[in-house]
Design a protein around this ligand. Structure first.
Ligand SMILES: [Zn+2]
Length: 1023
């Protein structure tokens, strides 16, 4: 761990804490830009110059300005963007050719015409510090001017880029970082949490070949010095041409550019001028293939007309025909709910974007390939919606992503429900993939689209990997950035709306818009606006749902039906203060509903719901309050088991349904050499998403009607997992059939109990670690030699494992762990009397294990090199010849536990106890053990170096040293087929000992990890 990493961890820890109250009065800087830029579409470059008027409205004297020169994020694998992409497994920048990278140069800052000293940030090539020649006092202003030259990177990297001659020009000019109440916000470009910028006026002149069409921020003022008059005429004509083209296409079915080719660039150039006040960014998109549709929408409050533009390539032109409708509707609804759109135009561009499905810039949004009309509508609504939540309300996305992505996602869901109706059932969610019949079969017919927002949160919450909404964008795992910052925020704001009622909620949101438009609101500012509007303390919402990952869980304690009302007692079993809605039903008809005021954890509240004939009570039937456990949300007013939901028995699994007691089954089939073919079923309660308490039983029967099988009971909460597992399969390992003549295999029972705790405090840290204690008991076999029955073995283990889970694709992946495990075997003599009950023997020993694995990808290929080191040592209290190992004493199997020696039945084996034949070669080779079969009496150490040619084939060489320095070199190949691995030594002492006959296949081994096939273990990673 280097200093930088330590610093980042500390910053992340701090940033997850609640933002403390600010004391400095609000101010914001005024930053006006004037840019002249020319596009070179042969070399894919921009030549430009910028003049920035910077007004210091802060109470502080400034000696320097931090500047973002974000095209440099694309300049090398050293930028924060490149590092973020590696972390997420995207290797494009790492292996990119120079021509795919980009950057900014030619900078020469002048302040009020005089040369200024400037330097790069010492960690980030995309930030510079410009020193002021004289300090800038409060209220003073300066002009900063510099030429700049941009090499436009490949559009495959992120959001500034080109694909051929299709240009996405975003984050492209030198731009001062924000200076606000909290000081400077200089930050490198990242495509997760991109924005925080100063408001001002933009005047931008763009010169480029005249047959390009541009979609950009801003209005197009007509003057002598620009070609805007001709361009506006040209755009009007493109609109008419596009409409005529579609009419023609409807008849002929012919596309005019089916291969999506770029026409030649014109020899002549044009200069277009864009102007816009009160914005904080400027982006433009240029393409020669664009078809154009111009339309307009009337705003709901001011009745002002806003022009809408759709610009698109032939790629998805049939979907984009309808885009003007989507753009207009999104502009209308967002205005209706939040406040009228303050600018004159909204443009949506069909772009070649590679970071996310779409991206927002003021007035203009870029949309990726969408695939369906519904998803084009969704993405356009979302990106247009960012004009409010990011554009007009310019919150800091890097630290408060929920304030733009999240609230915007709430509006997006609301937009889809309002526009597509049908009570919000499904919309395009499952019905686009499944027939009505399958929807019915899978119990999805009544699934409301909105519930996805809540489900997205429940998934990580149940896995213990969720994070608070109030978290730095870079501290979110990429999963949680979507699930928490977007979806959970959408769900919590839907809950706030349900609690306040639509009218109060909309009024409060409009108040927030009025108070903070064209400014930088913080979470506290938003809270103040909302509370002022609705006249109510919203602490429960902001302190609980926003600031923490605490869980909400209300339950029904009791129900009593009276003549004209129903008395209900509800309890807050969750970790946070929250209001709750309680509803009474008579069958399917609502009798009445009441809200319980926000109440803290542990609160028990009595409510009376007026109305007669109540048959059942439901807490939060609309699924708004992010209830962690809906199983305790239902009760009937009559009958026994009032709080038990009716059963639902289904094949496979289903989405979790709190109103049912869900039980699932799957047919099961199994084989091993003792039980032979077994048939049965897996019966379980695992839903989607996973539950905290899960159980599973798989009873299996063979043709002799012997009962075998597996079962499991697990409880998971946060970082904790508790597992109770039992299994029973036959073995003849311990039957002394020479005395009893008993040839039937005897059943062997294994019961284990484990407690596991994941230790990760920081969710997106590179390292993941866990500690696990486990106890295992094995019994059921018989040893008639000693007239004893029910001998048993037990084992206690304590293990710590750490894995570097990120950087799996590049960099060093590492895994290490230590384990200490005690084995006890006991046998009591029961016959002949009177000696029964005498302890025949007890043997105790301990095997301690340490392992290390390092994997490194070989640059620019899928080949990997892997190093394993494994050491084990036995501590043996008493040397008693009692252990049933191959040599009848306590030993370490050098290839790991397998068919020949697996005393605690850790593995599912095809022929437990086999000493010869193919099935006797099954062994687990855990922690990188070598495939050489010895039994060490005291200690062993092995090292293995493996070269993976592909996912499935590798060669290895290594050496094992054990006991009195027995040295065993071995080399061979491994064939990896997922759960099945075949190991074939080609060189070893054993093979050499056979002299002239070279028969390496005699020493094959295989590993079969059946636990790996279990979906339960896989999802939890707690096996
Ligand atoms: Zn967004």
């Amino acid at each position: 761990m280097n200093k930088e990493l330590l610093l980042i961890s500390a910053l992340i820890a701090i940033s997850c804490l609640q933002i403390s109250a600010q004391t400095t009065p609000y101010f914001q800087q005024t930053v006006d830009h004037n840019i002249h830029v020319q596009l070179n579409d042969v070399d894919h470059e921009l030549d430009a110059e910028i003049w920035t008027q910077y007004v210091n409205n802060s109470p502080d004297e400034l000696d320097y300005l931090w500047y973002h020169v974000w095209p440099n994020a694309y300049s090398s694998a050293k930028s924060a963007l490149a590092k973020q992409q590696f972390r997420e497994g995207d290797l494009f920048m790492f292996y990119a050719m120079a021509r795919d990278l980009g950057g900014m140069d030619g900078l020469d800052f002048k302040i009020n015409g005089e040369a200024a000293r400037w330097e790069f940030h010492n960690a980030h090539p995309d930030i510079v510090k410009v020193h002021l020649n004289t300090p800038l006092k409060p209220g003073e202003s300066i002009e900063i001017n510099t030429p700049f030259h941009v090499r436009i990177p490949s559009g495959k990297i992120s959001r500034l880029g080109h694909i051929g001659q299709s240009y996405q020009i975003t984050q492209w000019y030198p731009k001062p970082a924000v200076y606000d109440r909290d000081g400077w916000h200089e930050m490198p470009y990242l495509d997760q949490g991109e924005f925080y910028s100063e408001f001002g006026t933009f005047d931008v002149h763009i010169t480029l070949p005249s047959n390009y069409t541009i979609g950009a921020t801003g209005d197009m003022p007509i003057s002598e010095s620009n070609n805007n008059a001709e361009e506006i005429e040209r755009l009007e004509k493109l609109d008419l041409d596009t409409r005529a083209y579609f009419k023609e296409k409807d008849i002929s079915g012919k596309s005019d550019n089916p291969t999506n080719e770029f026409p030649e660039s014109s020899e002549t150039l044009k200069t277009l001028h864009y102007h816009q006040d009160r914005i904080h960014d400027f982006a433009w998109f240029a393409d020669k293939r664009f078809k154009v549709l111009k339309d307009s929408t009337t705003l709901p409050h001011s009745y002002r007309q806003v022009t809408t533009w759709a610009m698109f390539t032939p790629n998805e032109e049939d979907l984009w025909r309808e885009a003007p409708d989507y753009i207009g509707a999104a502009t209308y609804y967002y205005s209706l709910w939040n406040g009228d759109y303050p600018y004159n135009q909204v443009t949506a561009i069909d772009g070649t974007i590679s970071a996310g499905g779409g991206m927002e810039y003021p007035n203009v949004t870029v949309i990726g390939e969408s695939g369906s009309a519904f998803s084009l509508d969704v993405v356009i609504a979302h990106e247009v919606g960012h004009n409010w939540f990011y554009g007009i309300l310019g919150s800091n996305e890097r630290t408060n992503a929920w304030m733009d992505e999240g609230i915007n996602s709430f509006n997006e869901t609301r937009y889809l429900l309002d526009r597509h109706g049908d009570n919000g059932i499904d919309l395009d969610l499952f019905s686009s993939k499944l027939s009505d019949k399958w929807m019915e079969r899978l119990d999805l017919s009544n699934f409301e689209y909105r519930w996805i927002d809540e489900l997205a949160y429940i998934f990580p919450a149940r896995l213990g990997t969720d994070q608070p909404l109030q978290c730095h964008s870079d501290a979110f795992t990429s999963m949680n950035y979507g699930a928490i910052a977007y979806k959970k925020t959408a769900a919590v704001f839907a809950f706030l709306r349900q609690y306040l009622g639509t009218e109060r909620f909309d009024k409060a949101m409009q108040q927030y818009f009025e108070d903070w438009k064209f400014k930088h609101p913080s979470p506290i500012d938003m809270r103040t606006s909302l509370e002022n509007s609705c006249g109510e303390d919203l602490g429960w919402f902001f302190d609980g749902f926003i600031d923490t990952a605490a869980k909400n869980d209300w339950a029904i304690s009791s129900v009593k039906r009276n003549n004209t009302s129903t008395s209900v007692t509800v309890k807050n079993k969750g970790e946070m203060t929250s209001p709750v809605e309680v509803v009474a039903y008579n069958g399917d008809n609502e009798v009445g509903r009441v809200w319980v005021e926000p109440s803290g954890p542990g609160s028990i509240v009595d409510v009376v719901i007026p109305g007669s004939g109540t048959t059942n009570i439901v807490i939060d039937p609309g699924r708004y309050d992010l209830d962690y456990d809906r199983q305790n949300n239902n009760a009937r007013t009559k009958g026994i088991l009032r709080k038990v939901e009716p059963a639902q028995i289904r094949l496979g699994t289903r989405l979790e349904d709190g109103t049912k007691t869900q039980v699932f089954w799957l047919p099961a089939i199994a084989w091993n050499d003792h039980n032979k073919m077994m048939f049965g079923a897996t019966i379980h309660n695992t839903t989607v998403p996973l539950r905290d308490l899960e159980w599973m039983v798989t009873p299996l029967i063979n043709k002799n009607v012997q009962l075998s099988g597996l079962s499991r009971l697990s409880y998971h909460t946060g970082p904790w997992s508790i597992n109770l597992k039992a299994q029973r399969f036959s073995t003849d390992e311990y039957i002394d059939d020479s005395i009893t003549n008993d040839t039937d295999p005897a059943p062997m029972n294994r019961i284990s109990f484990s407690i596991l705790r994941k230790l990760n405090k920081v969710q997106n840290s590179n390292w993941e670690s866990k500690v696990k204690v486990e106890t295992v008991v094995v019994n059921g076999f018989m040893d008639s030699d000693n007239y004893s029955e029910t001998p048993f073995r037990s084992s206690y283990s304590l293990a710590f494992d750490a894995i570097k889970k990120r950087g799996k694709l590049i960099g060093l992946q590492q895994e290490m762990g230590i384990e200490t495990r005690q084995f006890i075997t006991m046998e009591n003599q029961i016959e002949p009397q009177p000696l029964g009950g005498k302890l025949l023997y007890q043997d105790v020993f301990n095997i301690s294990t340490a392992y290390y694995e390092a994997t490194k990808r070989i640059s620019n290929s899928s080949k990997r090199i892997k190093l394993n080191i494994l050491s084990r040592v036995i501590f043996h209290d008493e040397e008693v010849a009692a252990w049933n190992g191959p040599n009848n004493n306590a030993q370490i199997p050098t290839s790991g536990y397998g068919a020949q020696f697996d005393p605690m039945a850790d593995n599912l084996l095809l022929n437990r106890g086999a000493t010869s034949g193919f099935l006797s070669t099954q062994t687990q080779l855990e922690h990188g053990a070598l495939p050489v079969n010895y039994f060490a009496n005291n200690w062993m150490t092995s090292a293995k170096l493996e070269f993976e040619f592909s996912e499935s084939l590798s060669v290895f060489a290594g050496a094992l040293v054990y006991d009195d320095i027995n040295f065993e070199p071995v080399a061979g190949i491994t064939y990896d087929l997922g759960p099945l691995q075949i190991h074939m030594p080609l060189y070893s002492n054993e093979i050499l000992a056979e002299g002239t006959s070279y028969e390496p296949y005699k020493h094959w081994m295989f590993s079969l990890n059946l636990h790996e096939l279990s979906p339960w273990g896989l999802a939890r990673e707690t096996n």
